[in-house]
Design a protein around this ligand. Structure first.
Ligand SMILES: Nc1nc2c(ncn2[C@@H]2O[C@H](COP(=O)(O)OP(=O)(O)OP(=O)(O)O)[C@@H](O)[C@H]2O)c(=O)[nH]1
Ligand SMILES: [Mg+2]
Length: 322
């Protein structure tokens, strides 16, 4: 069954994409596990050419507005787009707001744009796992996949681990931007977009601060230097330059490096999922960090969720015989 579903997803059939996402997002564990073979197929048959982008930034920075503008720009270039909006906190309503914005936005009624929001609220399975799997489904069907989430670095869903290019949408005039971004987080984004450039000086100041902060980081001469762009999402200003910057980053990263980045992200995800499901007690049952490392090495070629399932089986049988 999943094979036929896989083919339909690869052909970009909207109903098939929705079916797969519903399977992954099912409330009961057994249904979600049934999706694992499909995810294996998706991981093995992944299109190398899909552009995977993360949009992150503080609440209200303009991520959803930018997404609407980005989608319009991409549609004008003949691309189709799959989008996931993630709302990691239980209070924040960004995901729902985004849903409204996209549905009411320019992409409304366009069958070449697929949108899904995912919230932590009321969820039984892990949000990170659902997001990762959802992106894999979309990546098989669409030219571009975009994930929007609030914050970066310390959030439940580490968006940097899910995408090839991370765009940080900065809010101008919000005090010291470098302080707001917290230590270490400046290194994650590949492209900075200072939004609300129509506000003038505050946006320019924020861009200057970011450029200064980035200049302090030691970067190899041949490494990618994250550009700091000024945009005005609500006025469609700077969007073409942003699309070009995303594509330039993609071109600048060798396929090998892109695969290495994906693999590193996948491994962090597998560790995170196992720890969430079984705790340090479960990890201790398979020999602690060293035992886990051996298990990870043994399943390294499998798709991430399959790795979680395999090592999970080992943990459960170790716990049973303990
Ligand atoms: N002046 C100005 N306002 C903008 C621009 N882009 C977005 N806004 C406004 O900023 C506010 C927040 O925009 P959103 O797109 O909802 O921001 P967000 O980052 O998605 O917010 P959350 O999902 O809640 O985190 C809205 O009132 C937008 O109209 C811009 O380019 N200029
Ligand atoms: Mg939003």
């Amino acid at each position: 069954m999943s094979s036929e579903l896989f083919e339909r997803i690869r052909r970009g059939e909207r109903a098939a994409v929705a079916t797969a996402l519903n399977l992954l997002d099912a409330r009961d564990h057994a249904t979600r596990e049934r999706a694992v073979p499909l995810l294996d197929e998706l991981a093995r048959g992944a299109r190398e050419d899909t552009v995977r982008v993360g949009l992150t930034g503080a609440p209200g920075a303009g991520k959803s507005t930018l997404l609407d503008a980005l989608v319009a720009a991409l549609r004008a270039r003949g691309r189709n787009i799959g989008i996931i909006a993630v709302d990691p906190s239980s209070q924040h309503s960004g995901g729902a707001l985004l849903a409204d914005r996209i549905r009411a936005g320019r992409a409304a009624g366009d069958d070449q744009v697929f949108f899904r929001s995912m919230a932590a609220r009321g969820r039984l399975g892990g949000l990170a796992a659902a997001t990762r799997a959802g992106l894999d489904v979309l990546a098989a069907a669409y030219d571009w996949v975009v994930v929007e989430t609030v914050g970066v670095g310390q959030s439940e869903v580490e968006v940097a681990d899910l995408v090839d290019t991370l765009v940080y949408v900065a809010q101008p005039g919000a005090g010291d931007i470098l302080q707001t971004m917290k230590a270490g987080v400046l290194e994650l984004p590949d492209v900075f977009a200072v939004n609300k450039a129509d506000l003038g000086l505050p946006a320019e100041r924020t861009a200057q601060e970011l450029r200064r902060g980035l200049a302090l980081g030691a970067v190899a001469a041949d490494a990618w230097q994250p550009p700091v762009l000024l945009i005005a999402a609500s006025e469609d200003r700077g969007i073409e330059a942003l699309v070009d910057a995303i594509l330039a980053h993609r071109d600048a990263v060798a396929p090998d490096a892109r695969r290495a980045r994906r693999r590193a992200g996948e491994e962090r995800f597998v560790r995170h999922e196992l720890l969430q499901r079984y705790g340090s007690f479960g990890i201790a049952a398979i020999g602690g960090p060293e035992g886990l490392a051996a298990h990870l090495a043994a399943v390294a070629d499998l798709p991430p969720l399959t790795r979680v399932a395999r090592i999970g089986d080992a943990v459960e049988s170790a716990l049973r015989s303990a």
